[in-house]
Each structure stands twice: as C-alpha cells, then as structure tokens.
Design a protein around this ligand. Structure first.
Ligand SMILES: Cc1cc2nc3c(=O)[nH]c(=O)nc-3n(C[C@H](O)[C@H](O)[C@H](O)COP(=O)(O)OP(=O)(O)OC[C@H]3O[C@@H](n4cnc5c(N)ncnc54)[C@H](O)[C@@H]3O)c2cc1C
Length: 543
C-alpha cells in the first residue's frame, strides 16, 4: 500500500502537471485566432446547470450570455402562484451542504461564486417519514439521529446500521478524491483510473452494484431494508435496479451535511444566480428560445434564437438533454456516429406525475408535523414502481411534501396549508389528444389524492381543497424541454451511472444538466454547471 501511495504521489506531483501542460498546448494549437465574438460563452437554458456554469465563468472574468426560453429563470427549480398559495415547482430537499457544515461539495461552489450571499438556506426539520404495510417511522436528517431511530426499532441490526454509515462515508470520500478526474486528459485520466481499485476501494467495489446489493450487504430485516432505501423515490429507479453509488453519495451528503431548503422557495436560488451573473457583468435573457447552434469547420461559432437573432461566442454550454442538442441544436450531421449510437442506446429515467394542493385548513394545528412523507402501497419498491409506470397511481408510492410545515411563511397564509404530491410516471401513459389528456389527468389527480388521503384523511374532503393542479411528464417536457419530461437524466442503473460526459464531440460545446455526471437533482446539477465551467476555464488556462 505504501508503495502504491508513493507511486501515486510521484505521479500527481511530477508527471501529471507535464501531461496537463502538454494537453493545453495541443488544444491551443488547434484553436486558431478568430474574429472577436460577442461573448466568451453562451449558456443555453437557465436551469441549475446553466446558471451555475454561467456564474462560475463570470466570476473568473468570462463574458457570458444566458438565454432562457421561459419568462423566468430556474427550470424545475422555480415557483408559481395560485391565488393566495405559492408552490415550489420541484424541490423537496437539496443535498450538497450549507452553512455551518463540512466545507465540501455544492456549498463550497456556492461560496466560490458569491451566490451564498444571495440566498438563505435552511435545514429541513425531518429527513423523511416512511410508511408501508406494518411500518411507520420518521427519521431525522443527521447520522446520529438516523441511526438511533433505526436501532431503537431494529436493535439486532446495530452492527449493519454502523456498517452502512461507514460505507456511505467512505464512498463519499472516494468520490471527493476523484472529483477532478473529469478535468484530466486521456493519458492522466487513464493513469488515475488504473489506481482506483487501490486508492478508492469503496467506489471500485460499489460502482457496478445496486441499492438492493447494498441493503443485502448491510441488513437482514426486509422492513429495515425498505426504510433505509426509501429515498429510491428521489433517484428514478427501483431499489433492485438503482446504482448504489448515487444512493450512498446522496445519503452521506444529506446525513452529514444536512438536507436543505431555500428561504422564499427554490426560485430564490435561481434568482440569486441570475442576480450574481448580472452583477459580474453577464447577461441573462429570458423569453429567448435557442433554435440552433451555428457551426463552422466542426466548431460552434454562436447560436440563433427563435426571434431570428444571432449571438456569437467562443464556447457554448447547453443546459439541455443530449437529444435536443444532437437533433435540433447541433444537428446529427455534425456529430460522430459513435456518440449518436451511445446516446440512442442509453435509457432515460422515468418522469413524474403530481398534484399541487392549496388547503383551507392548517395541517400543523391538526397534528401533522411532517414535512416529507413517503406512502408506499407495497414494501417492495419494484411493485410500487411498476404500478406507477402503468399509470395505476392508487397502487404505487407517493411523496407527500407539506411545504407550509417547513417554517417559511411564503407558501400559505395563516390557517391554510400547501401540500405537493409526487409519483413516478412515464410519458407514454399520457395521451397527446388534449381532451383525452385533460380527462385522464383529472381522474389520475383524484387517484393520487386518494392514495395520499390514506395518510392525511382531510385530503378526501373536497371542501378542504381550494387549489388542486396536476402536472404530468408532458407538463415537465413543455417547461424544461427535457425528452419525455425526464428530470433525472439517464436511468441511474449501475451500467449508466457515468451518464454522458460534460464534453461533447464538438470541442467547444459542453453540456451541464441532469443528463451529465455529477448526476441529477438541484444540488448535483449545480455541480454539473461547475464542471462545464471548469472545463472551459482549463482550456483558457484560468485556475
Ligand atoms: C416535481 C419534481 C421534484 C423534484 N424534487 C427534487 C428534490 O427534492 N431534490 C432535488 O435535488 N431535485 C429534485 N428534482 C430534480 C431537479 O429539480 C432537477 O434534476 C434539476 O433542477 C434539473 O436541472 P437542470 O440543470 O438539468 O435544468 P432544468 O431544470 O431541466 O432546466 C433546463 C432549462 O433550460 C431551458 N432550455 C432548454 N432548452 C432550451 C433552449 N433551446 N433555449 C432556451 N432555453 C432552453 C428550459 O426552459 C429550462 O429552464 C425534482 C424535479 C421535479 C420536477
């Protein structure tokens, strides 16, 4: 082991810098001087990936233009208002840390851009309450509390509970050590990868395994396995198919660095980014749909928008899915067959279906203190998953978020409440014909409410409901332009955990969205933005 560490140190201190300099030199040589473009970087889309990329570039002096088709920034990370109620479009709990925790991961990046000064993050009071036949348990968002609640109920599994904690922590440590791997050239990257089995053994051991493998490795009791793996409903695949990596990393982040929300809704985070980008001299334009990336000699030269305007830039970052990028923006004719075959062969994750509800009763005073409840018809995640995929929402699982219990008065006036219900869904369930779609949506909204009413019976009484608005994969597809309304990117099975890289075959076009590694979610997409920015800054020789 000592010998391996020595070789690694020598490599990192002496050989790696030489390789990086050599790679940078090669890039500069193939990048001839061109007429001065309007911008250094154009970012297509103002979701978390796009905004984060723009902020990291702007803070390093790059002239950026962000073009967003919608009239507000944020993508899924936004809000809307119905009468006296305010709804967070998506965010339940954000991983990645916040003030007062270990200085690692996302929060470090928020500080690097100065966006931390624009938003107030607060920790959610509960991690989650998990309910399925025979079990109802609430877990706090920190390791000591999480472990102690589990041990109280399953004392005979104490050793496995500790083992689970150690594995998640070790995996996170390994990922942090590998976090710059994406910046390395092919030679230095390959060298690092050769050392992975010795240097990052937990990552190496679990990279090809599922959450089910992890549960079976740590625990014997099937109820305990179902409770600990409950957050499968945040990551887009059932436990038997889901990559152990994302699950372990997110669990460690939530339980060591906190589960976070944003004061004033998640829109405040998106707005904070946009403010900061403008403060740094960047431009953020809403109502601007990009229809084409302009290409010349295999490189992007700028973009065209739906209103016929063109903007030129040296680099492009697409906060889009790779399909829009290939089919509409760059054009398949400009991409190598190998890349197209790869994205065509990969399987996108499921989308979501849900209901935003404004109630004229205060759930807290009625005794509901929860913020995040998962109600599962079955203990087995696969059975819930299959029911939801078929559109049988009354037999699946539902995430019930009581936003008005988060402690932020923004959501509902006194004496009233805001609740959101989310379930998994596939776009094929939802007819394209408008009349049929509306009819099915109304029916399924009531089915999902009936499922949630098993936990909150007050939802059954129509007199309590002032606002009831459903969304489907078609709604998400319309607002984010993600294929199939997918907000998880590629299905996170062990064979797809690497997703697609932030680089593309076009040397000055990058992707930062939920389709790229570091995975999906409000926190991870910001890391994707940083990665795209970092790759551009590396090419510019900016530290
Ligand atoms: C209901 C729901 C609940 C969720 N809950 C959580 C949660 O609790 N925790 C968590 O971490 N994550 C959660 N997520 C997932 C998270 O919100 C997403 O993974 C993340 O926000 C996606 O960010 P993104 O950078 O990929 O951009 P997106 O949000 O997909 O936004 C892309 C943006 O680009 C714009 N755009 C696309 N193409 C163009 C174009 N050609 N021209 C101009 N603009 C364009 C779109 O209009 C959009 O604004 C949830 C998502 C949903 C929908």
């Amino acid at each position: 082991m000592k010998k391996q560490n020595f070789i690694r140190k020598v490599f990192l201190s002496m050989i790696l810098p030489i390789i990086l300099i050599f790679n940078a030199g090669l890039y500069a040589a193939e990048n001839p001087a061109a007429p001065k473009p309007d911008y250094d970087v154009i970012v297509i889309g103002a979701g978390m990936g796009g905004l984060s990329a723009a902020a990291h570039l702007a803070v390093k002096g790059q002239k950026v233009l962000v073009l967003e088709k919608h009239f507000v920034v944020g993508g899924s990370t936004s809000k809307f208002t119905r009468g006296e109620f305010v709804f967070d479009v998506a965010l339940h709990e954000m991983a990645g840390g916040g003030p007062g925790k270990m200085d690692r991961g996302l929060y470090q990046l928020l500080k690097a851009t100065g966006v931390d000064k624009k938003v107030e993050l607060y920790e959610v009071p509960h991690f989650y309450r998990s309910i399925f036949p025979g079990v109802d348990i609430t877990l706090p968002p920190n390791w000591p509390g999480f472990k102690s609640e589990l041990k109280k109920k399953w004392p005979e599994e104490s050793e496995g509970i500790e083992k689970f904690h150690v594995l998640c922590a070790d995996l996170f440590k390994d990922l942090m050590e590998l976090r710059d791997l994406f910046r390395k050239g092919s030679v230095s990257g390959a060298f690092t990868q050769i050392l992975v089995p010795f240097s990052q053994p937990t990552f190496f051991k679990w990279k090809d395994r599922t959450v089910k493998d992890l549960m079976d490795h740590c625990f014997k009791n099937e109820d305990l396995k179902a409770v600990v793996s409950q957050l499968w409903v945040f990551y887009g695949a059932s436990v038997d198919r889901e990559s152990a990596l994302i699950f372990m990393a997110a669990t460690e982040s939530y339980l060591s660095d906190g589960a976070w929300h944003i004061k004033g809704t998640s829109q405040a985070l998106a707005d904070g980014y946009a403010d900061r980008i403008r403060e740094l001299g960047g431009t953020v334009k809403t109502g601007s749909l990009v229809t084409k990336i302009l290409m010349e000699n295999g490189r992007a030269t700028g973009v065209r928008t739906a209103d016929g305007k063109t903007y030129t830039a040296r680099y492009i970052v697409a906060n889009t899915d790779p399909y829009q990028l290939a089919d509409k923006l760059v054009g398949r004719e400009n991409l190598p067959a190998k890349y197209l075959a790869k994205i065509d062969a990969m399987k996108p994750a499921n989308s979501l279906f849900g209901v935003y509800i404004g109630l004229n009763i205060d759930l807290k005073t009625l005794g509901y203190n929860d913020t995040e409840i998962f109600y599962n018809t079955y203990r087995e995640s696969m059975k819930n998953y299959e029911a939801m995929m078929k559109g049988d929402f009354d037999k699946g699982a539902v995430a019930i978020t009581i936003y008005s219990n988060l402690g932020d008065p923004v959501y509902a006036p006194k004496g009233k409440s805001v609740v959101k219900l989310d379930a998994y869904s596939d776009i094929s369930v939802w007819p394209k014909d408008r009349a049929e779609y509306n009819k099915l949506k109304a029916q399924k909204v009531d089915e999902l409410i009936a499922l949630a009413a098993r936990v909150i019976p007050e939802l059954k009484d129509p007199k309590n409901i002032i606002v009831k608005e459903g969304y489907t994969p078609r709604t998400i597809e319309h607002f984010t332009m993600n294929k199939g309304g997918v907000v998880y990117g590629f299905d996170l099975t062990p064979d797809q955990w690497e997703k697609v890289p932030n680089t593309t075959p076009v040397p000055n076009v990058f992707i930062a969205s939920n389709w790229t590694q570091a995975w999906h979610g409000v926190g991870s997409c910001q890391i994707n933005g940083w990665r795209a920015a970092r790759l551009i800054l590396d090419r510019e020789g900016i530290e």
